[in-house]
Design a protein around this ligand. Structure first.
Ligand SMILES: [Zn+2]
Length: 92
């Protein structure tokens, strides 16, 4: 009878350890994803503030909030006109 209890205890500890390891791995993966996202934001705008919300217009160089900026998939612009002007000047 004692052997059965001991066996159940071992299985229980094993399950707890497995569950804990899974949680640690999940948290680490989430942190890695957040770190990568933060690095990408820093690369996109070198002069970004601590919030990472300010972007630079590629045409005139003015800084503006990311929510108000026009994004063409590569560069950010302060207005649709500057986005078109920039593409017009840099088309090959
Ligand atoms: Zn501009």
């Amino acid at each position: 009878m004692r052997a059965v209890v001991f066996l159940l205890l071992v299985v229980l500890v094993f399950l707890i350890v497995r569950f804990t390891l899974n949680r640690i791995i999940a948290i680490r993966e989430q942190q890695n994803r957040e770190n990568q996202a933060g690095n990408e934001n820093q690369n996109n705008s070198s002069q970004s503030s601590a919030n990472g919300e300010m972007v630079r217009c590629a045409q005139c160089g003015v800084h503006l909030p990311q929510s108000e900026a026009y994004y063409d998939g590569k560069d950010t612009f302060c207005s649709e006109g500057h986005m078109k002007a920039y593409h017009h000047e840099h088309q090959s």
